[in-house]
Design a protein around this ligand. Structure first.
Ligand SMILES: Nc1ncnc2c1ncn2[C@@H]1O[C@H](COP(=O)(O)OP(=O)(O)OP(=O)(O)O)[C@@H](O)[C@H]1O
Length: 268
């Protein structure tokens, strides 16, 4: 099996393994994230996507294997260390503070220690929080509270919170769930803008709705192991991927993927 060198990519995983008792959630998984790309990290429900990234971002210690970031061995480092090193993530089930404005929620991620001691946001902190709100398209909603935002707005807020740590790698967890196709397109534009500004992105999802037109490349996993890797076109046409999703239905093509999209379904 290929052993990647530590500097083969911005993020390099070699034989990453995570066991929970007798269950192997991540099964000797190796792949790289190249600097400047938007990588799709795809797999059916329960494939091990979250566990992989919990091992990478420091929420879990891997059972074995290695993680290199910026060429350095960061295997098993805690979450705050990974944030300091420039890795950020969004969570699918995030909970903003509903009694604080959008601006304050972003500022909280920017300066958690200061927010509680200051009576109001001032100077640099407020300015940076405003910039971040603008950057994620919430410039005209800074004084609203999260419960006034539509779901797509909450996702933008979560992105603003993640960007507050000034990451160079951003892991985005299932961003398109619950969005209309118009909102998927708008969010894709935002993610592409972030990439163009120099942030490398990994977009994690269990379906490919909206994803294949956004990403440069994808890794597909099943039962914790890599089953395919390639361009969106290669992934779409990969028989193993089709089997993993559809139990061997080889009729998958443009039309059925569009059908899945219009159904909001789980398929490719
Ligand atoms: N903390 C845990 N303890 C025990 N088993 C776990 C734990 N976390 C995940 N698992 C198991 O590991 C396997 C992989 O789960 P994981 O959540 O990583 O999959 P996933 O690809 O992210 O799925 P989804 O798309 O549903 O989020 C599953 O069988 C899950 O039940």
């Amino acid at each position: 099996m290929t052993e990647y060198a530590p500097d083969d990519g911005l993020l390099v995983l070699n034989d990453l393994r995570k066991e929970f008792g007798g269950l192997t959630a991540v099964d000797d998984l190796s792949f790289v994230v190249e600097e400047g790309e938007i990588l799709g990290f795809i797999g059916p429900n329960g494939a091990g996507k979250s566990t992989t990234f919990n091992c990478v971002t420091g929420a879990y210690a891997p059972t074995s294997g290695s993680v290199h970031y910026h060429g350095e061995d960061v295997t098993g480092e805690p979450a705050y260390e990974m944030v300091k090193r420039g890795m950020a993530r969004t969570f699918q089930s995030f909970k903003p503070l509903d009694d604080r404005t959008v601006l304050r929620n972003v500022a909280l991620a920017l300066a958690p220690d200061k927010l509680f001691s200051l009576s109001g946001l001032r100077g640099e902190t407020e300015e940076r929080a405003r910039e971040l709100c603008e950057r994620v398209g919430l410039g005209d909603r800074v004084h609203q509270t999260p419960d006034e935002l539509p779901h797509a707005g909450l996702l933008r807020l979560e992105l603003g919170r993640a960007l507050a740590t000034d990451p160079d790698l951003l892991l985005v967890d299932e961003p398109f769930a619950g969005l209309s196709s118009g909102e998927v397109a708008e969010l894709s534009d935002l993610l592409t803008d972030l990439r163009d500004e120099g942030i490398t992105l990994v977009v994690v999802d269990h379906n490919m709705r909206g994803l294949l037109s956004l990403i440069d490349r994808a890794i597909v996993i099943q039962f914790g192991a890599k089953i395919a890797e390639g361009t969106p076109e290669e992934i779409r046409n990969d028989e193993t991927v089709q089997e993993a999703y559809l139990g061997g239905d080889d009729s998958l093509g443009e039309s059925s993927s569009r059908q899945a999209e219009s159904d909001g379904g789980d398929e490719i």
